[in-house]
Design a binder for this molecule. Structure first.
Ligand SMILES: Cc1ncc(COP(=O)(O)O)c(C=O)c1O
Length: 309
C-alpha cells in the first residue's frame, strides 16, 4: 500500500514540506540501521480527534534513545507538542503518526557519536494492517526473534525490523497473513509487528517482556482493560503448542489494533470465530478510541483536526 502523503513533516523543531524531508545516502542510519522510532494512531471521535496514548509512545521513544546512547534534544512534553503540531498542521484524522530519530550524515565509522541526531515526525492516513476481518490465518515462523543481549527488543529500533521483515515475508510467501516468532529457546515471543495474547479456560495469557517482545502500548492497554473486567491475566513464558490448544488468540499493536487469529499453522483456534474475551476487550478498545465508550484512563490527547473518515 503506497504511503498517502501529507503537506508537512516536523523536522528538528519546524515544519518542512513532505518532499523536502530527505537525507544523504552516506547518513549513518542507512548503513547501520541507527534509528529509533514510534508508531502511533490518531482516531476520530464524535466530538473531534484524539491521539492514542501519546505520552506513553513518546516516553518509549525516549527510552529507545536512552538504550542506544542517542540523547534526543527534546523533552517528553516537547515531543508530545511536536506530534500535536504536525497532526493539526496536516489536518488529517484518522491517521498514523511516525516519529523517528536517526543518526545522520557525519562519519562512516560504526560508532555514531560524530553523527547528528535528527528527529522527524510524519503523519498520514493508514488503514487495517493485519488482514482478515473473519480472523487472520498465521504461522509460526522458521525465524526466531532477537536473542537476549544481542539486539534489545525493548528499544523500538529500525534495525530490529530486519528480523520482522524476514518473519513477515516468509509468512506471506507461504500464504499466511503474519508470522509468530519464537524466542531463541523456542518459546512464544510475538508477531513481526504485534504482541500476542491467548485465552484458555477463561484466563488471558501474554508473553512477558523477557521473551524478546516489544513492550507494546496496545498490550499494556489490553492488560489494563482485562484487569478492569476482572479477567484473570497471566504474563508468563508460553510453549508453542499453547497456540494450538488455546480457545482464543489475538494480536495487539498500534497498526494491528486488536486482530483475532483464526488459525495457526492451519490448525483452527477454538471454533475459528472471534471468542468472547477477545470480543469484550476489542469492543472496549475500539469503543474508547472511537469515542463511543468513556475514555476512563485519559488515553486520548485531543487534537484540533476535523474528521475526514
Ligand atoms: C515487534 C512489535 N511488537 C509489538 C508491537 C506492538 O506495539 P504497540 O502496541 O506499542 O504498537 C509492535 C508495533 O509497534 C511491534 O513492531
Amino acid at each position: 500500500m503506497p504511503i498517502e502523503t501529507t503537506p508537512n513533516i516536523w523536522f528538528n523543531g519546524s515544519l518542512i514540506p513532505w518532499e523536502k524531508a530527505n537525507i544523504h545516502v552516506m547518513s549513518h542510519v542507512i548503513h547501520y540501521g541507527s534509528s529509533i522510532f514510534e508508531g502511533i494512531r490518531c482516531y476520530t471521535q464524535p466530538t473531534g480527534a484524539g491521539v492514542f496514548r501519546l505520552p506513553e509512545h513518546m516516553q518509549r521513544m525516549l527510552d529507545s534513545a536512552k538504550i542506544y546512547r542517542m540523547p534526543l534534544p527534546y523533552t517528553l512534553d516537547q515531543l508530545n507538542q511536536a506530534v500535536i503540531e504536525v497532526v493539526e498542521a496536516n489536518g488529517v484524522a484518522p491517521c498514523y503518526i511516525r516519529p523517528i530519530a536517526i543518526r545522520g550524515y557525519g562519519e562512516i565509522g560504526v560508532n555514531p557519536k560524530g553523527c547528528p541526531i535528527d528527529v522527524y515526525i510524519a503523519n498520514f492516513p493508514w488503514g487495517k494492517y493485519v488482514a482478515g476481518h473473519d480472523g487472520a490465518d498465521v504461522c509460526v515462523s522458521s525465524w526466531n526473534r532477537l536473542a537476549p543481549n544481542t539486539m534489545p527488543t525493548l528499544a523500538k529500533a529500525g534495525a530490529n525490523y530486519m528480523n520482522s521483515q524476514l518473519i513477515r515475508m516468509e509468512a506471506e510467501a507461504n500464504g499466511y497473513v503474519e508470522g509468530i516468532g519464537l524466542d531463541v529457546n523456542g518459546l512464544l515471543s510475538e508477531g513481526s509487528g504485534e504482541n500476542l495474547f491467548l485465552v484458555r479456560n477463561g484466563v488471558l495469557y501474554t508473553t512477558p517482556l523477557a521473551n524478546s517482545v516489544l513492550s507494546g502500548i496496545t498490550r499494556d492497554s489490553i492488560l489494563t482493560l482485562a484487569r478492569h473486567f476482572g479477567i484473570p491475566v497471566v504474563e508468563q513464558a508460553l510453549p508453542r503448542e499453547m497456540l494450538y490448544i488455546c480457545d482464543e488468540a489475538f494480536f495487539t499493536g498500534t497498526a494491528a489494533e486488536v486482530s483475532h487469529l483464526r488459525s495457526v499453522d492451519r490448525i483452527q483456534i477454538g471454533d475459528g470465530k472471534k471468542g468472547p474475551i477477545t470480543k469484550m476487550l476489542a469492543d472496549e478498545y475500539f469503543g474508547i478510541v472511537n469515542g463511543t465508550r468513556p475514555d476512563r484512563y485519559n488515553w486520548l490527547t485531543p487534537v484540533k483536526v476535523a474528521s475526514n473518515a
